[in-house]
Design a protein around this ligand. Structure first.
Ligand code: MN
Length: 233
């Protein structure tokens, strides 16, 4: 099998992504995938989209890409756009070319290679990937915590009785690699791996490299550089 390389949330961290790829000694048959949220917050969102397209790096959809796509959809109607962009998002929107928009609009909700499933947020047990409801899609995109009955909790609604989804995930939809939840370091569970190590918040950008059929992997990381923008921290 080719190496499967998956990157955590990039959020416009162009320099760190380039430096991280240099460390990986990539082969031309390697498959590279981002967990989504490649844009917003950092300084170089447009540069990251260009770089990802040019280097044939795949990505799944993140909630930050999803917000811009929903905004664009509403712009096509005559009604007032219900989605409000911050200055950073507006700036990205103003600089998107048709090629960028096409790329963003075609991001899949999940990707699978061998037994690895890549999503942005997470996976609730018994999710039918072949037949996703609108609610399932939102959960895959945004999942963090579940209530004590295993039901999705919206952002900020968690308390001490809440369960992080990966801690009860049963592995039936594959070994899930995800981002979205900002971590001090990678979160390793039996059937999942969280790799958003908060580069944009001054921590590091993580890549996981799967290099054999047994599902073994290596973690490679690049520290945040001061080059990126501190404004959104
Ligand atoms: Mn996210």
């Amino acid at each position: 099998m080719n190496n499967i390389i998956i990157y955590g949330d990039i959020h416009g961290s162009y320099d760190e992504l380039v430096a991280l790829r240099k460390k990986l000694n990539l082969n031309k048959d390697d498959i590279e995938i981002c967990v989504g949220d490649i844009i917003t917050k950092g300084k170089y969102s447009i540069k990251v989209i260009d770089y990802v397209i040019k280097n044939n790096i795949k990505s799944v959809l993140g909630n930050h890409e999803d917000k811009l796509i929903r905004y664009l959809k509403h712009q096509k109607s005559d009604k007032k756009n219900p989605i409000i962009l911050n200055d950073d998002e507006q700036n990205i929107m103003d600089n998107l070319t048709p090629k960028h928009i096409q790329f963003l609009e075609n991001l899949p909700l999940y990707l699978q290679f061998e037994n690895i499933t890549i999503v942005h947020g997470g996976m609730i047990n018994n999710t039918d990937l072949e037949n996703l409801s609108p609610r399932d899609k939102q959960q895959i995109l945004r999942l963090r915590y579940l209530d004590k009955n295993g039901k999705f909790l919206a952002y900020g609604k968690e308390d001490e009785t809440s369960i992080f989804w990966a801690d009860i995930y049963d592995g039936k939809n594959g070994f899930v690699v995800y981002g979205h939840t900002k971590l001090q370091n990678v979160k390793i569970n039996k059937y999942s791996l969280g790799i958003d190590t908060g580069c944009i918040y001054g921590n590091k950008l993580t890549a996981v490299v799967f290099n054999d059929k047994n599902g073994n992997y290596d973690i490679v990381q690049e520290n945040y550089t001061l080059n990126n923008n501190k404004k959104y921290h």
